[in-house]
Design a protein around this ligand. Structure first.
Ligand SMILES: Nc1ncnc2c1ncn2[C@@H]1O[C@H](COP(=O)(O)OP(=O)(O)OP(=O)(O)O)[C@@H](O)[C@H]1O
Ligand SMILES: [Mg+2]
Length: 345
């Protein structure tokens, strides 16, 4: 089954074709992402109306480019999947309207995909995918969640952030140290030059039981350290390293606790912060020490993309699930309310 996936929930337009007939990573026939980062940079954050308008401009050319990259025509598609939420409603509506209309014209089924389920399942697109049950860590710009995955579509929230998401903490901390928007990846690059232990920040909420997170206090600690420092290039890198180590260590401690709670040794990680090199190494080390493994998508599929939507949609469409003729776009959506996917679990 060849499924076109469309992602437009925020500031990335993503399009992909996933083919369920091909094994593992080979199933991803083509994917393309257009990032609006430059468009929003001057505002220091995403401007919803500008995001929607840019999706309108970029989506159809990207669909054509992706189909041609896959060597397919529209008539070869067996289904269309699109992000139906959570996200910015105006932005979601662009992808939803294009996807639903295309499916109607082609007389193929369409399905609205939960954006976070897309992230969660992205590691399963790679070769040698983990099979549920396992624990998922979702670490993106808007979410930090630990989820017990009992099967595809069977999700139990174990813990989440009470304030900033991990990616948001990276971005805000980068901003207060004067790095350009969006700062997360730049802060991580800077941390590569930093010395471990030169600055030590707290590991929030690890001193008590529980699987929730709180990252907003960390940026205040960083701000104080930065203001009181000599502000040299080496100090900036050292502080970046101290911040990154605090986030990585906090995530690793909670992931290990979540594995204990769920009785699992497999942790699946996705969302933009999942691209972080040190986080990947630390979680791999933690899981290996208990005889399990940590699974990640390739870094390009950690941040928003159409491939994860094509893949999640393909699993559901192949199991016989699909929507009606309506166009679905919802700003909030609880992942625990999704129906299970029996055939693929
Ligand atoms: N190497 C990295 N290290 C740390 N953070 C990173 C890295 N690369 C990307 N990020 C962070 O990942 C986030 C973007 O990820 P993603 O695209 O998954 O989030 P989002 O789609 O905006 O949020 P959500 O999926 O929750 O709606 C940003 O906050 C960015 O700073
Ligand atoms: Mg996302």
């Amino acid at each position: 089954m060849k499924v076109l996936g469309i992602e437009s929930s925020c500031d990335e337009t993503g399009v992909a074709v996933y083919d369920t007939a091909l094994p593992g990573a080979a199933g991803l026939r083509a994917h393309a992402v257009y990032s609006q980062v430059a468009l929003h940079a001057g505002y220091g954050g995403v401007v919803p109306e500008l995001a929607s308008r840019d999706h309108v401009r970029k989506l159809l050319p990207l669909v054509r480019q992706t189909l041609s990259g896959a060597g397919l025509g529209v008539g070869d598609l067996d289904g269309v999947a699109y992000t139906a939420g959570p996200g910015l409603v105006g932005a979601l509506l662009v992808g939803a309207a294009v996807a639903r209309s295309l499916a109607w014209a082609l007389e193929v089924p369409a399905i609205g995909v939960h954006h976070m389920e897309g992230h969660l399942l992205a590691p399963l697109m790679e070769d040698d995918p983990p099979v549920p049950p396992f624990v998922a860590l979702l670490v993106s710009g808007g979410h930090t969640q630990l989820v017990a995955v009992d099967g595809i579509g069977r999700y139990r929230l174990l813990g989440e952030t009470l304030d900033d998401a991990a990616g948001e903490a990276f971005d805000k901390t980068a901003k207060l140290m004067g790095l350009p928007y969006p700062g997360g990846p730049q802060l991580a690059a800077l941390a590569e030059q930093g010395r471990a232990g030169a600055y030590r920040f707290s590991r929030p909420m690890t001193d008590r039981p529980g699987l929730d997170f709180s990252f907003s206090g960390l940026k205040t600690q960083v701000l104080l350290a930065w203001q009181q420092s000599d502000r040299s290039a080496q100090t900036r890198a050292d502080i970046a390293r101290g911040f990154e180590d605090a986030v990585v260590e906090t995530l690793a401690i909670k992931c290990e606790r979540a594995l204990d709670a769920a009785g699992s040794d497999v942790i699946v990680v996705s969302g933009g912060v999942g691209a972080n090199r040190r986080l990947r190494a630390r979680l791999q080390e933690m899981a290996a020490a208990r005889g399990g493994r940590a699974c990640f998508p390739r870094p390009a599929l950690c941040t928003d993309n159409g491939a994860m939507i094509a893949f999640a949609g393909a699993l559901r469409l192949a199991a016989g699930q699909h929507d009606g003729l309506e166009i679905n776009a919802v700003p909030r959506w609880d992942m625990a309310t999704l129906p299970p996917v029996a055939a693929a679990a």
